[in-house]
Design a protein around this ligand. Structure first.
Ligand code: FE
Length: 231
């Protein structure tokens, strides 16, 4: 399998390019508009054909590359069924499987950070990795104070829908602010300070008292992303 993890330093966003083989079809998860040329260079270098571009949720901190990638490569754009982005060509349901050249991803509805967040499990028959967007971060979780966020739902998504995957499943989040590139289900169960040894009520307390500043780009990014980054 071909796997590339890209890092966009302004918003600390991770983007993932996946393909089953050299010269095959590829998909990309959570691409950032400013990095589009970097993705295209990698796609060309590996002789891939991009067929799907996925956003895990409507990002508030950066503008998506979905629209640009669609225009430049003809790929299908895809989000979860609760997304209000009318521009995407396909909305996936919970449990639906995406198949690209032998690569299989299962869409899993994981609300809480937003009310429309999805995660994607690679190799659902024997999970090897999960792309969690901001539903679950390394040693943290995505804020729950806007875009239909809800700390109770976040807890249930994390504890009931992500950390129920096998312990060795790799976790690839949409962000990390400390340079960590992946984790595992087992590690997050044992060490995520918001989750390990905590009750739902304790988690909700933590999330409701984060007092985070509003993302700098939020007023630009959300409307732009509802138009796939094209407005
Ligand atoms: Fe987010």
């Amino acid at each position: 399998m071909i796997f590339r993890q890209f890092f966009e330093p302004v918003s600390c966003t991770y983007t993932y390019l996946l393909a089953s083989r050299h010269a095959g079809e590829a998909l990309i998860i959570d691409p950032v508009k400013e990095s589009t040329s970097e993705y295209l260079a990698a796609i060309q270098e590996l002789d891939l054909r991009l067929v799907q571009a996925i956003d895990t949720h409507t990002h508030a901190d950066h503008v998506t590359a979905l629209g640009d990638l669609r225009d430049l490569t003809g790929c299908v754009t895809l989000m979860g069924e609760r997304s209000r982005a009318e521009c995407v060509s396909r909305h996936v349901r919970d449990g639906e499987r995406l198949s690209v050249d032998g690569l299989i991803l299962e869409a899993r509805y994981t609300p809480g950070h937003t009310d429309e967040s999805f995660s994607f499990v690679l190799d659902p028959e024997a999970p090897s990795a999960v792309f969690t967007g901001d539903a679950l971060l390394i040693g943290g979780s995505g804020r729950t104070d806007f875009q239909g966020g809800d700390a109770h739902r976040s807890w249930h998504s994390i504890v009931g829908r992500l950390l129920t995957l096998p312990d060795a499943t790799l976790i690839y989040p949409a962000h990390d602010y400390q340079g960590r590139t992946s984790s595992t289900v087992g590690r997050e169960k044992a060490f995520n300070p918001r989750i390990a040894g905590k009750t739902e009520q304790e988690y909700v307390e933590i999330m409701n008292n984060l007092n985070l500043p509003t993302p700098r780009l939020m007023d630009v990014a959300i409307p732009a992303n509802l138009a796939c980054g094209k407005s």
